[in-house]
Design a protein around this ligand. Sequence first.
Ligand code: FE2
Length: 243
Amino acid sequence: MIDIHCHLLPGIDDGAKTIEDSMAMICHAMKSGIKKIVATPHIIPGRYNNTRESIQAAFKKVRTELDRNNINIDISYAAEIRFDYVILEMVHNDAVPYLGSYEGERVLLLEFPHTHIPPGHEELIKWLLSRGVRVLIAHPERNRSLSKDIDKVSSLIKLGCLLQITGGSLTGVFNNTFKECAEEIVRRGWGSVIASDAHNLHARCPELEPARRAAEKIIGEAAANKMVFDTPETISQTHFQSN
Ligand SMILES: [Fe+2]
């Protein structure tokens, strides 16, 4: 399986704090059947002011430690970018750590605030699309506005967004509203990818198999596998960052 959303780079967001945390998360992911990881630290202006350079520096620490311990895993980095008008500038300056590509377009992992969908989101998404940037919405089921109104999720699909479901939502790590919304998105075939969004080895750990099984019960094995194998593989094949 391939995990294209997790917070395992050390000390640059609310995920792994130390290189030891990073290594523990990677080892756990490998034991749980994850063969490839894209580390996606937060970029939240004012809170986590990460840039491609700061992310690359943290990634290099992990790469060095993996090599030193002869641990062989396919790993790269991108970012989870909070909705903010800074994105316009980042795209303009070619400073976006893209997740990869899909259907010929670059893919940006976009996170809305957890409480609402900000005004201007349609314009931003259309603006990005017009520049060949496809938006993959991080865990729409965990947004309080979207989780209560499936029609709002439908609007994002109509805008051309891809949706990433967080594994823990399907397995009930969060609340029932998020679980039911995640299940409905999967049932309707709107979810492109399941990712761990792992931050640690506790509540949100780097595992995908329990969520894959939960999705399998809803949409069958082939469609569930597509969400943890084929589509994340397709997206992450293109590396925009030089490792
Ligand atoms: Fe995340």
